[in-house]
Design a protein around this ligand. Structure first.
Ligand SMILES: [Cu+2]
Length: 335
């Protein structure tokens, strides 16, 4: 918790919620398996997520019952953290939390086959561990947990949570390594989803991420559904590795401005807003042309360093709001 609080991110505020009952995930028939992964010597943080209905077709996770969001709250850990995550199900559906990237036993798998679904009106505590890179006894290396991961439902609609994911039950899970650079702003989460949507919306109702020139900003891109997408950001480039930024002057990692994501894949990167290009309304979009044309487009709005907009930006934002004739979010109406 101490380390998490050093981050300048509002999304971690809710991490200070009360530790839920650890017995929730353990039943007599499963007592031979611990809910705590072997690498977790103690619970370092605890959070509570609430699954809440937003509309007839939308359900989101929130850090409090009145604040469900799509995507859900960005959860951040450092390698070595061991987090107890309690899911409170306030919906009328069977839902769960299934994480990518962390260490967990089958009791925290969040799947039906491992009795990990939460019935309506009930709650369950999952435990997510993590670890730094380490040497195995045979001298080989076990990679660390750090990465731009995500979590999602695995129970609603089908045994794979297809209905829950389509409704909005997903979010970013960032595991950092000690010493990683931190962004100046909350992470911009871009979810490339079904029906050619970003965060289940179509342009111009997709996110406009706002930063001032010179600020270090962080993106995480996550995909779900049946399609592959090519995330592209205008005017900025990043390094194609775990952190998305270069760590030495002769870093040989390729520099890119477009990256493909398939279902359940995710990646992240950090850039300096407007570096070498200045303020502007910089598009980000899927570069599959038919997806972009269908509304898979958003804006990174880089203001002047003092936070004001240029006249060019004002005109660009006006055009942006009027050039997309698709006021519907998909699937299922407005989120
Ligand atoms: Cu696409």
């Amino acid at each position: 918790m101490r380390r998490l609080l050093k981050m300048p991110l509002p999304s971690v505020i809710g991490l200070m919620l009360v530790l839920g009952p650890m017995t929730a995930a353990t039943s007599a028939s499963q007592a031979d398996v611990s809910v705590t992964p072997p690498g977790c010597t103690s619970i370092t943080d605890s959070i509570t997520l609430f699954a809440e209905r937003i509309s007839a077709t939308r359900i989101g996770y929130g850090l409090s019952p009145d604040k469900p969001t799509i995507p859900g709250p960005t959860i951040q850990m450092y390698e070595g953290d061991c987090v107890a995550v309690t899911l409170v199900n306030d919906t009328d559906q069977l839902v769960s939390l299934h994480p990518h990237g962390v260490d967990y036993t089958v009791l925290s798998d969040g799947t039906g086959i491992n009795n990990g679904c939460v019935p309506p009106g009930r709650s369950k505590t999952y435990v997510w561990g993590s670890h730094p890179p380490q040497k195995r006894p045979d001298g080989t290396i076990e990679p660390g947990s750090a990465g731009y991961w995500h979590y999602h439902d695995h129970c609603m609609g089908t045994p794979h949570g297809t209905g829950g994911i389509d409704a909005g039950l997903f979010g970013a899970l960032i595991i950092r390594r000690q010493g990683d650079l931190l962004p100046d702003l909350p992470t911009f989460v871009v979810y490339m989803g079904p029906g050619e949507t970003i965060n289940l919306r179509k342009a111009p109702h997709t996110p406009v991420f706002v930063a001032n020139e010179g600020e270090r900003v962080e993106f995480e891109v996550i995909a779900h559904g049946d399609d592959f997408h090519t995330f592209h950001l205008h005017g900025h480039r990043w390094v194609n590795d775990r952190t998305g930024y270069a760590t030495s002057i002769d870093d040989p990692t390729p520099v890119i401005d477009t990256r493909t994501v398939g279902p359940a894949e995710s990646f992240g990167f950090q850039i300096i807003a407007g570096e070498g290009v200045g303020p502007g309304a910089w598009m980000y979009h899927c570069h599959v042309q038919s997806h972009a044309d269908a509304g898979m487009v958003g804006i990174l709005l880089v203001r002047r360093p003092d936070g004001t907009l240029t006249d060019q930006e004002k005109r660009a934002m006006y055009r942006w709001r009027h050039m997309h004739p698709t006021p519907m979010s998909m699937p299922g109406g407005h989120g």
